[in-house]
Design a protein around this ligand. Structure first.
Ligand SMILES: Cc1cc2nc3c(=O)[nH]c(=O)nc-3n(C[C@H](O)[C@H](O)[C@H](O)COP(=O)(O)OP(=O)(O)OC[C@H]3O[C@@H](n4cnc5c(N)ncnc54)[C@H](O)[C@@H]3O)c2cc1C
Length: 383
């Protein structure tokens, strides 16, 4: 069985920032990155189409904001990405939509955050890919399409296994960049009958871990239902349509939609992502298919109304193809951030990073990057 110094579960911004920063610091740790998805990105993921090269639809976060003055480590990590053009300021317009579906320039802090919008080029997933590139291949092995289900803590190592135990890995240290293995939500959503990290380390063995798990138990997250649409070819340049249209509070309450995201694709095609808000219906493996179909129908039916102020897009709806709904079960954490001092639990050799860690950017992409950088610096200092 393979054995590594560090196993990082999750290839989103936090896990990739952790690995990228460790590499920048000259770490000699032998690292394995394990990710349930097909590639890096997590909630900054990009959907491709098998039959259409050049189709890159950002169906999670379409961009994010960064504080104008950021910690040195984070700046060092992101600087090469800016220099390569992988991380760019998004200059396209952001509009606000009112309850009559009228459009005006966006002014709310969510829609127009301090420092403006940054995005990945050519796609949001490119940011995570570029962070991993800096890590090279010698000390990093990548394991995609593998969801860790079982965790066991033995005397001097962790044992990780997938659901049917056909894949396993030994690691001296473990980092979780998502909350799935540590939060009770997995029980309902995946019909698991235990919280894997709690099962691995019994209560009373590690005070720090007990504190972390008890805080996490009470944390809540927002659910999003994102409808993806291929609008076909539009005779418009990228700058002629807004990048995002945020519904104001009254419009959100009326239509249960947060925003519309318009993305130019190759050869004149356009993609649209509708960020739908949750109605609170519980989801189980059995109800999932039906709920996704129901939400797709609801959002598709709303589009002519929501897009009436953009005649070219509105007309394109006749030829548009819905590409399905992606349900983000925990699109953003809302409360109970994990204090930074609990990011590393030395007794159990387990650590945490992600947008659920306390600090600037909690609940946002900036917090995810910053938590990965912090943990990398801590691990490097403790080596
Ligand atoms: C629809 C949407 C819109 C958003 N809009 C914005 C925005 O406008 N601005 C902003 O700043 N932020 C936004 N966000 C939030 C932003 O995307 C996140 O804060 C950030 O991407 C989180 O990165 P992360 O690495 O912490 O987590 P993630 O990206 O979730 O990464 C965790 C990874 O771990 C993997 N994983 C978890 N458990 C396991 C397991 N057991 N085995 C294997 N792999 C596992 C997951 O598959 C995932 O890829 C948005 C998010 C969504 C979903």
């Amino acid at each position: 069985m393979a054995e590594v110094d560090l196993a990082v579960i999750g290839a989103g911004l936090a896990g990739c920032s952790l690995i990228g920063r460790l590499q920048q610091l000259g770490s000699d740790l032998n690292i394995a990155l394990i990710e349930a998805g097909r590639g890096p990105g997590g909630r900054t993921a990009t959907r491709r189409k098998r039959d259409q090269s050049g189709w890159l639809l950002n169906h999670g976060a379409p961009g994010f904001n960064l504080s104008e003055s950021m910690p040195e480590g984070m700046d060092s990590l992101l600087k090469p990405l800016r220099a390569r053009g992988v991380l760019q300021q998004d200059k396209r317009a952001v509009l606000s939509l009112d309850v009559e579906a009228g459009l005006s320039p966006a002014t709310s802090p969510d829609a127009w955050p301090n420092g403006g919008w940054w995005h990945g080029v050519p796609s949001m997933a490119s940011i995570c890919e570029a962070l991993l590139d800096t890590a090279g291949t010698a000390q990093l092995s990548r394991q995609f399409e593998t969801r860790v289900r079982w965790l066991e803590h033995r005397k001097d190592h962790w044992l990780l296994e997938n659901e049917d135990r056909t894949w396993s890995l030994r690691a001296k240290r473990l980092v979780l960049s998502g909350t799935l293995l540590a939060h009770p939500r997995s029980l309902k959503m995946l019909a698991w009958d235990d919280v894997p990290l709690r099962t691995a380390i019994a209560e009373g063995v590690d005070d720090d871990l007990d504190k972390a798990l008890s805080l996490l138990q009470h944390s809540q997250a927002e659910v999003r239902w994102n409808l993806m649409v291929d609008l076909g070819v539009l005779a418009l340049n990228a700058e002629e349509l807004p990048a995002q249209i945020w519904l104001n509070d009254a419009a959100k309450a009326r239509w249960k939609v947060e925003r519309l995201v318009l993305q130019p694709q190759s050869v004149g095609r356009w993609g649209l992502v509708v960020h739908g808000l949750d109605s609170g219906q519980a989801i189980t493996p059995e109800s999932q298919g039906h709920l996704l179909a129901q939400e797709q129908q609801r959002l598709v039916e709303l589009l002519p109304k929501l897009l009436q102020a953009l005649p070219v897009v509105s007309a394109a709806l006749n030829q548009a193809t819905p590409l399905g709904v992606m349900r983000w079960g925990a699109s953003r954490p809302l409360n109970n951030p994990l204090p930074q001092e609990l990011q590393w639990c030395p007794t159990s050799a387990v650590g945490f990073c992600g947008d659920w860690i306390a600090g600037t950017g909690f609940g946002r992409a900036e917090g995810a990057v910053s938590s990965g950088v912090n943990l990398a610096e801590q691990l490097h200092a403790d080596r």
